[in-house]
Design a protein around this ligand. Structure first.
Ligand code: FAD
Length: 456
């Protein structure tokens, strides 16, 4: 092959070089190791808008590449894709360009428009093997932003790409959290300013300085664990599923293949039996105690809870208030995920600052929310406790290991873990002896125990 110019790299610079060369009547061969022209624009951010092209107020990166391709249509050029240039040698006044596919091209001129190089993502070095999430939940580039519409997205990084995508995905309705290891960004100052404005208005969440330590995908990990378990062909399995986050179809298939007893978190109809705590008995005891000893309790919970027991506890509160002929009061705070302490603290600060509590007794759905709430009370100088000069009583559920160390120590309701554990094991042995199936699915729920401490 012989031609005037070989251009290594078919990114925007390589494409425009074809145009400039064409104006001079020179013909080119473009070589790129990607499967399409466009370089970073097509490979990494085809959907992202570009605002800094002279004379073009708005263009997505792919539209920019398409325009460059249109611009060079009148000129003749060869495009070699999926081949990497590996060698460049001086050959008595001309150059020989060799590719990894064995092609050799002689030319008088070589333009190296390799940009960021034959790029591959720089992946975080983490403990877990997260490769199974790649392309499904973990992405190193965005080819189609619609995939992220209305989704919860966490972006890690501090350059233009991280800032631009934070703004762009927020715009299409994604709930974006931007995480960076420093509280300073390398990207355009204007984009950084916009991101900070959004963060101040709570329309995005900005976490700095935070470092990505590891990646866990609960649902995927649960599926992998179940598949591994199944391959061991066990006689029976005691399974505490994630609950609401579980892939129900996968659990159902597993229970069909392996004799299974569910415990701790129930999924209706699955497994041969469920052994757990009786959520009604938690809430009935706390509500009864609080309303007997002071003002009626206001139920404090997340509007979109992640944990499986939350909805049962809400219903139990409403049922119990009805039974006692008391008016129910609910405070539902915003927040999603499992950072309950922080969600409880932020939600409580908002409510307490607005003086929006209907009664001066709060019953939290779980202890971790209560721990956050107690910290908000401390920040605002609100005295919590059951003494006469206290302004607020706070109680909760679960008897979290830290609940006795809060200030004041937390009044709560404890699980009877011992009974749940021994009953689960007994039932599993019964199931194995019965040949792996019960005629009817059993459910055994253990009552909670009220633990009275200083907060209410
Ligand atoms: C997320 C993101 C957002 C950005 N946003 C903007 C923006 O808004 N505005 C802006 O001005 N810039 C932006 N940029 C930067 C811009 O994309 C780059 O400056 C531009 O792509 C550089 O063009 P290029 O042609 O020099 O190189 P590249 O686009 O990097 O293309 C180089 C090409 O060379 C190929 N190549 C490399 N080595 C070889 C080899 N040995 N053999 C064969 N092929 C090879 C590569 O496969 C690649 O296709 C952004 C970049 C990123 C990552």
């Amino acid at each position: 092959m012989n031609n005037d110019i070989v251009i290594i790299g078919a990114g925007p610079v390589g494409l425009f070089t074809v145009f400039e060369a064409g104006l001079l009547g020179l013909n080119c061969t473009l070589i790129d190791n990607l499967d399409k022209p466009g370089g970073q624009c097509s490979e990494l951010y085809p959907d992202k808008p570009i605002f800094d092209i002279p004379g073009v107020p708005y263009q997505t990166a792919q539209e920019h590449v398409d325009a460059l391709l249109k611009q060079i249509e009148p000129f003749s050029y060869d495009l070699i894709l999926n081949e990497r240039v590996d060698e460049l040698s001086d050959n008595n006044g001309s150059w020989t360009v060799a590719t990894n596919a064995g092609k050799r091209i002689s030319t008088k001129n070589v333009f190296i428009a390799a940009g960021a190089g034959a790029f591959e993502p720089i992946k975080p070095n983490l403990k877990s093997d997260y490769s199974r999430f790649e392309g499904k939940q973990i992405f190193y580039s965005i080819k189609n932003k619609e995939v992220f519409k209305d989704k919860k997205v966490v972006i890690f990084g501090g350059g233009d790409s991280a800032l631009d995508w934070t703004l762009e995905l927020q715009k299409i309705g994604a709930q974006v959290t931007l995480v960076h290891r420093r509280d300073a960004f390398r990207g355009a100052p204007e984009s950084e300013m916009k991101v900070r404005e959004h963060a101040a208005r709570d329309s995005i969440k900005l976490l700095t300085p935070y470092i990505l330590q590891d990646i866990h995908g609960d649902t995927e990990i649960e599926k992998t664990i179940l598949d591994t378990l199944r391959s061991l062909r066990p006689a029976g399995v005691l399974l505490a599923p994630l609950g609401r986050a579980s892939d129900k179809r996968h659990i159902e298939e597993f229970c069909r293949d392996v004799p299974t007893i569910l415990f701790d978190s129930n999924i209706e109809g699955m497994g041969e039996a469920f052994i757990g705590s009786d959520n009604f008995s938690f809430v009935s005891q706390t509500v009864e105690y609080l309303s007997r000893t002071g003002s009626t309790p206001t139920f404090f919970e997340m509007s979109d809870p992640a944990n499986p027991n939350a909805n049962k506890r809400r219903n139990a509160y409403l049922a119990m208030m009805k039974q006692l002929e008391l008016e129910p009061h609910m405070v539902q705070i915003e927040g999603s995920g499992w950072e309950f302490e922080e969600i409880g603290r932020a939600g409580a600060l908002k409510i307490l600052k607005q003086d929006a509590l209907p009664t001066d007794t709060i019953l939290c759905s779980n202890d971790r929310l209560a721990i956050g709430l107690l910290s908000a009370c401390y920040e605002l100088g609100i005295r919590v406790g059951r003494e006469k000069d206290s302004e607020l009583r706070v109680a909760s559920h679960d008897d979290h290991p830290y609940s006795k160390f809060t200030c004041p120590s937390l009044t709560t309701a404890a699980h009877d873990y011992e009974s749940v554990a021994s009953q689960s094991v007994d039932t599993l042995f019964k199931l194995i002896e019965a040949g792996g199936r019960f005629n009817n699915r059993e459910e055994k729920l253990f009552a909670a125990r009220l633990i009275m401490r200083d907060s209410a």
